[in-house]
Design a protein around this ligand. Structure first.
Ligand code: SME
Length: 160
């Protein structure tokens, strides 16, 4: 297993995703423990993309419960339909939020978080968790993030 990621710091966002995603897929292909894989994915995204906060919430007992993440400590439980994560769970759709203060019911785990993207992890037509990425800058996520993080979420869903 590769224990180092190759990251081009000068590359565009798209080039970084194109380089990072195959490395993440290789990293997780040889390990079957979900927590180990989600922990490494969170670290790879945090350090590969320079995200402020990145992590997983997993559906357990009809709630989203905090899973592996990188960044400041975060809220541990989120109800269906609540906040950006609970909305991604309820709708099964990517939530791209340029300004979290404009999102009704946004859950502020950190006052430094300004924009957010949340992707549902779908297995057999059921949302089993979400991938949540936060930025400390407004409007930091766009369709490029949605495209590549969706591709990654599809690979992650197969693991779960
Ligand atoms: N802001 C999220 C909660 C999770 S934290 O950002 C890590 C939400 O509204 O669902």
């Amino acid at each position: 297993m590769a224990e180092e990621l190759f990251i081009e710091t000068q590359a565009s966002k798209e080039e970084k995703y194109q380089s990072l995603i195959p490395q993440i897929e290789a990293l997780i292909s040889s390990e079957k423990d979900n927590i180990a894989n989600l922990a490494n994915i969170a670290a790879a995204l945090k350090y590969g993309m320079g995200f402020f906060w990145v992590g997983f919430y997993l559906v357990k007992d009809a709630e989203l419960v905090l899973g592996p993440f990188q960044g400041p400590i975060a809220c541990t439980r989120i109800q269906k339909g609540k906040g950006v994560c609970g909305t991604a769970w309820e709708t099964g759709e990517v939530q791209l939020v340029p300004d979290v203060e404009q999102f009704p019911g946004h859950i502020a785990c950190s006052s430094d978080s300004k924009s957010e993207i949340v992707l549902p992890l779908v297995k057999q037509n059921q949302v089993v968790g979400v991938l949540d990425v936060d930025s400390d800058k407004l409007s930091d996520f766009d369709e490029t993030d949605a495209k590549y993080l969706t591709l990654l979420s599809e690979s992650i869903s197969k693991l779960l």
